[in-house]
Design a protein around this ligand. Structure first.
Ligand SMILES: [Zn+2]
Length: 281
């Protein structure tokens, strides 16, 4: 099931492959044994190395507009723990999503596994992969990820391949705070994972969903929201946004859609013995 309807809005799940990480790489202060019970509950989210996570990308069709949420790890990501080749462009073709028809590329944040296909580089030069789209990002993320000291710390080449040229290409729109993107689609800031990390509220005909990006990094993270999570730039703010977003979704019975949830990437929050769990749908 690669499609979900939220009222009149159609969500199509796309993927750019998977990545795997040692559990201690993600949660450096958490004992390995904590994850044992989760291996039984979410076998598809583990491999011999540790966590096995989807690189999720979502296509939204609403009121004649097409929005892509994130662009995956891209063709340059082999060094970042991806066991297989990139898949996004093939997956889009298979699901009849045309890069030319995307109106907005909504970037939850600028980590490498969310911006990989922003641009295409070949013998003709470099250009946006989605030529007719505005690329939408929170201003706070742009500030953080273009800081000279940040780039000088070995990150400039990857940034150049994926996001630094976007302003010169005339396709980047920096937004601030809650912002309407398309009918029923609104940016919802969830800072902490990165300074300008944004989620997306989906609302149509009384149905609601929340795309949470990297507010949680795996299904297990929903049940264990308080552990020190290494990828969070601001650990305390990340924890706060995680609680707020999951509370919002649970209180309103919203479908939750996550970049690194098991495919296709959507589910509901359930309670079992006082703890919150992810249940794929
Ligand atoms: Zn990510």
């Amino acid at each position: 099931m690669a499609q979900l309807k939220i009222g009149d809005i159609t969500v199509t799940a796309l993927s750019d492959g998977r990545m795997s990480f040692q559990t201690t790489n993600m949660f450096p202060e958490t004992p390995e044994s904590l994850w044992d019970a989760y291996r039984d509950r979410f076998p598809e989210a583990f491999n011999a190395q540790g966590f096995l996570i989807n690189i999720g990308v979502f296509h939204l069709a609403s009121g004649g507009e097409q929005v892509l949420v994130d662009t995956g790890l891209g063709p340059h990501g082999a060094a970042q723990g991806r066991p297989g080749p990139p898949e996004l462009i093939d997956d889009m073709r298979r699901k009849h999503v045309s890069p030319d028809e995307i109106d907005s590329v909504f970037l939850t944040h600028l980590h490498g596994d969310h911006v990989g296909w922003n641009m295409t580089h070949d013998e003709d030069g470099s250009r946006p992969t989605f030529p007719n789209a505005r690329y939408l990002l929170q201003k706070a993320d742009w500030g953080h990820f273009t800081d000279e000291k940040f780039l000088d710390d070995g990150r400039r080449d990857a940034a150049q391949l994926t996001y630094l040229p976007l302003p010169d290409m005339g396709v980047l729109d920096l937004i601030e705070g809650e912002t309407n993107i398309a009918p029923g689609l609104d940016a919802y800031p969830t800072p902490g994972h990165t300074p300008g990390h944004q989620s997306m509220l989906i609302s149509s005909r009384g149905e609601r969903a929340l795309i949470i990006g990297d507010v949680v990094g795996s299904p297990m993270h929903i049940s264990e929201p308080d552990h020190v999570y290494r990828p969070d730039v601001d650990k305390e703010m990340g924890r706060k946004s995680r609680h707020e977003a999951l509370d919002l979704a649970e209180a309103n019975g919203m479908t939750v859609i996550g970049s690194h949830m098991t495919r296709p990437g959507w589910g509901r929050l359930i309670r079992w013995e006082g703890r919150r769990y992810w249940q794929a749908i």
